[in-house]
Design a protein around this ligand. Structure first.
Ligand code: IPE
Ligand code: IPE
Ligand code: MG
Length: 268
């Protein structure tokens, strides 16, 4: 399915964001404050993921994308990386059936080549099992980097279209090769843990996403914290480079559409 590009069209705007992308940061600090090992914070982080999935389903959010492990996180101490991998493997093993029972489609984005074969098998099986589900698409970014994504898309495009002229490579040509081509661009980005940076998350897809930063540490991020982020999103005017008047006109046109669930973007 083709999704509107925010640099080309105004995507449909509702009170609830269609796609929420989160940098789940602050697990280590959460643990340190309690004099616990960092991994205890990561374990509580998995519980917060369960809560976030439930909240998103309840609120009718269609896509939830979570940054779980960046391509730069391999630089952490070996022990923390090994424990994080163990936790990822266990979560995949334990949660997929429950996700499936709740109508959640699971996708993993990132370079899976570096993962243990057991993790790769669990990813493939989990994605296959949940592929028909549409209630919520849960994407976990693991060994993901935004720059890696743009580069892998470009190299796949060139490989699959040998002889493609440089002038033919535009946004529309690249889009199908990006790791999240199945999803619309995020409407709302949340980063917990107080830092105000993107840390090589979805660098292409966040071009016009509303950014929300909170000091709340990820293990403490609950339904109330999510609702505060959504309320902040609701109050913003997304202009996509246009004037406020143009945006109002586009919104009127969208609400006049016969089918209120119409998803097509409105070109202005
Ligand atoms: C985020 O929490 C989880 C991962 C990056 C895997 P951190 O582990 O970065 O927590 P802080 O930032 O050290 O508190
Ligand atoms: C970003 O958090 C990556 C994830 C949450 C997976 P980091 O804790 O790695 O980010 P920096 O190092 O503070 O930028
Ligand atoms: Mg961190």
């Amino acid at each position: 399915m083709e999704h509107a590009s925010s640099t080309q069209e105004i995507p449909p705007h509702g009170d609830v964001p269609r796609h929420v992308a989160i940098i789940m940061d602050g697990n280590g600090r959460w643990a340190r404050r309690r004099r616990l090992p960092r991994i205890a914070g990561h374990r509580r982080g998995v519980e917060a993921v369960r809560g976030a999935v439930r909240c998103c389903v309840e609120r009718g959010i269609e896509y939830l994308t979570l940054f779980a492990f960046s391509s730069e996180n391999w630089r952490r101490p070996d022990e923390e990386v090994a424990l994080l991998m163990q936790l990822f493997q266990r979560a995949l093993g334990n949660e997929v059936r429950k996700l499936h029972a709740n109508g959640v489609r699971l996708r993993i984005i990132g370079d899976a080549a570096r993962f243990d074969p057991k993790i790769r098998e669990l990813i493939e099986a989990g994605e296959r099992l949940t592929s028909p589900n549409r209630r919520l698409t849960l994407t976990i970014a693991a060994n993901y980097g935004g720059r890696w994504d743009v580069l892998q898309a470009l190299s796949r495009l060139v490989r699959e279209r040998p002889g493609v002229a440089a002038g033919q490579i535009d946004e529309a040509a690249l889009a199908p090769y990006l790791a999240m081509s199945y999803a619309p661009e995020p409407d709302l980005f949340i980063r917990t843990g107080g830092e105000q940076r993107i840390s090589n998350f979805l660098v292409w897809q966040l071009a016009y996403t509303e950014l929300y930063f909170t000091d709340t540490l990820w293990p403490d991020f609950d339904a109330q914290a999510l609702d505060a982020a959504i309320a902040s999103y609701r109050d913003r005017e997304r202009r996509f480079g246009r004037t406020g008047e143009q945006v109002e006109e586009a919104k009127r046109a969208q609400s006049l559409a016969i089918d209120p669930r119409r998803r097509a973007g409105t070109a202005v």
